[in-house]
Write a protein that binds this ligand. Structure first.
Ligand code: 4AD
Ligand code: MG
Length: 458
């Protein structure tokens, strides 16, 4: 039986929780805790809930490693210390069965997690069945088909915790700097990036698209709040089967009024440094589980190297590449260019290689004021950003050149009709960024339920 009073605390009610706990301790010695709190309960009798990770049963003693999502503990039981039914339950329980265990917490440096619980009561709430994922090698398709169960594994939990920390760090960074968070629509009428990669849907008889970007909307909001950002899911019907592509991914998009392309790059390097530092400071355990070599991450500090597109092409050509000025950089080119310890900016691409909204470079109108940020260690582009075209006529000409449906952009052009202003912004791909931070090869592990070409389930 669980003590009814000890429910999960409501934020802000910590004092109540403490009072209830100490009452419980005095009255029934029955303290329900989360495993992350074990360290402050050495010597206490506690109640824990969780799932069986592993079982080792010997003749006289059994060890059950329990995972509750906040930590791990080894539950230890001597055959002579419990009744036969409890012994039977503990020695036959299978992986992923759900448990409630009562026992006394002890420090045990040899146990996974550093503590153990000497069991007095052991209740199996539900059997684990024949859990499909076993401690052996499985193919990645099998694991992705079982993503709903795969999430429980040690590495996947570590990866998603780093993701969650980086997401929180993003919000903290912008909140602390006075940005206003703007939630942009997912159902849109205007194409944000390129017509080639749209998911189309029917919107009461009208054509609608799943947003490829929130950018056009944060541009509108920048005129209302100066510094804004959106952070949400974005959709690309990309038929690419690479380690860097998802069809649904999360993108952070800041937009800043009166910022030029250089200000934009400074914001990017400052933000990225902050995110890496946060992961290093608060996710040390996770990065250890993932065997991430953090030496390069520790060196991430502004300023990041900057290479113009024109210079980049010259370097690639000198290294034997057949790339011609005007072509976009491929993944291989990016890897060659990112041969620095730090992420590197490639700036001012030819306008044909980039989206319609980027501002013409006054010093070389063949190019636009933009940048990609390439991560080291072969991770490629993690950020794409630009100063925006704020000249009405030039923007309109670009929309026509790209054969975009002009009427759908009328509201966007209004931003250039009514108090147009210099502004810049960028999009940071969350999964690619966290893949680099965690050292994972493929972005599919960086999102709880990946959507990719031929993968919609689970
Ligand atoms: O370079 P992109 O397409 O830029 C934009 O969408 C702009 N509207 C952003 C802006 O200026 N507000 O995408 C930005 C980033 C890429 O650098 C990459 O990290 C990520 O989004 N990204 C993807 N991540 C995973 N799967 C895909 N298919 C991705 N496409 C882009
Ligand atoms: Mg890009």
């Amino acid at each position: 039986m669980l003590p009814a009073r000890l429910v999960t605390p409501i934020p802000g009610s910590e004092h109540l929780e403490t009072r209830n706990r100490s009452e419980a301790k005095l009255s029934d010695h029955n303290m329900r805790i989360e495993l992350r709190e074990l360290g402050s309960h050495v010597g206490d009798e506690v109640v824990i809930e969780g799932w069986v990770q592993t079982v080792r049963a010997h003749a006289k003693v059994a060890f059950v490693v329990v995972r509750d999502g906040t930590g791990l503990v080894q539950a230890v039981m001597g055959r002579q210390d419990v009744d036969p039914a409890t012994w039977e339950a503990a020695t036959t329980v299978t992986q992923e069965s759900t448990l409630v265990v009562t026992g006394t917490v002890r420090k045990e440096p040899r146990a996974p997690g550093g503590y153990e619980i000497g069991v007095s009561r052991f209740t199996v709430l539900a059997p684990g069945g024949e859990f499909p994922i076993q401690p052996k090698e499985h193919g990645v398709d099998f694991l992705l088909d079982h993503r709903h169960l795969w999430l429980r594994s040690t590495q996947q939990r570590a990866i998603l915790r780093v993701r969650a920390e980086v997401e929180q760090a993003i919000h903290d960074y912008f909140y602390e700097r006075g940005f206003v968070r703007i939630d942009t629509p997912i159902l849109t009428g205007a194409i944000g990036e390129s017509a080639g990669t749209l998911f189309e849907t029917d919107y009461f008889g009208e054509r609608a698209f799943l947003a490829q970007t929130g950018q056009l909307y944060v541009e509108a909001a920048a005129a209302a709040f100066r510094k804004v950002y959106c952070f949400g899911p974005t959709f690309r019907a990309e038929k690419s089967k690479t380690r860097r592509h998802l069809t649904e991914f999360w993108m952070l998009e800041p937009e800043v009024a009166f910022a030029d392309s250089n200000d934009n790059m400074r914001l990017q390097e400052d933000l990225l440094t902050y995110l890496v530092q946060r992961a290093l400071e608060r996710c040390g355990e996770e990065l250890t589980v993932l065997e991430r070599d953090t030496t390069l991450l520790e060196r991430v500090r502004p300023p990041f190297p900057r290479v113009s597109y024109t210079e980049a092409v010259a370097r690639l050509q000198a290294a034997g590449s057949s790339i011609q000025w005007g072509e976009d950089l491929g993944a291989e080119d990016e890897t060659k260019l990112a041969a620095y310890e730090l992420p590197v900016f490639i700036y001012n691409y030819p306008r044909e290689a980039k989206a319609f909204y980027m501002k013409e470079n006054p010093d070389d109108p063949r190019t636009v004021l933009c940048n990609d940020l390439l991560a080291p260690e072969g991770y490629g582009e993690i950020i794409g950003g630009s100063q925006r075209e704020d000249d009405l006529d030039k923007l309109l000409a670009r929309i026509r050149e790209e054969h975009l449906p002009e009427a759908a952009y009328n509201w966007y052009l209004d931003l250039r009709r009514y108090g147009t202003f210099p502004h810049s912004g960028f999009g940071l791909g969350l999964e690619r960024t966290v893949a680099w931070i965690t050292g994972r090869h493929h972005v599919r592990e960086l999102i709880p339920f990946p959507r990719m070409l031929h993968r919609l389930t689970p």
